[in-house]
Design a protein around this ligand. Structure first.
Ligand SMILES: [Zn+2]
Length: 105
């Protein structure tokens, strides 16, 4: 299967902060449970996988809980955008929870 990489920048949906530049992530289909704004776990199925946490321009990482850390916007910290798997430190941004900057936008 051909790898799909992010061709546009990935932004925080709440404040527009730049999280990730072009070509830093690979799209993967897998099921992961992430808390919604009410704290309820939701099964998400489409993610951007980022193998190196230093690839992010901005990201905030929570304390470890249940073998992972949660990712949120470093600027506004509104909502859980993804998770960092431990001990690998591979990061997953939920495609449905981030904003993709349109080309030329
Ligand atoms: Zn933000």
């Amino acid at each position: 299967m051909e790898e799909v990489r992010n061709s546009v920048r990935i932004l925080c949906p709440a404040c527009g902060c730049l999280l990730l530049r072009e070509d830093k992530a690979v799209q993967v289909q897998e099921t992961r449970a992430l808390p919604d704004p009410q704290g309820e776990l939701v099964q998400e199925t489409l993610f951007w996988r980022i193998d190196d946490v230093y690839a992010f321009d901005n990201i905030a990482v929570s304390k470890e809980a249940q073998g992972q850390k949660l990712l949120t916007c470093a600027e506004c910290e509104r909502g859980i955008l993804g998770a960092m798997e431990l001990p690998s430190k591979v990061c997953y941004l939920c495609c449905g929870r981030v904003r993709e900057r349109s080309r030329g936008g």
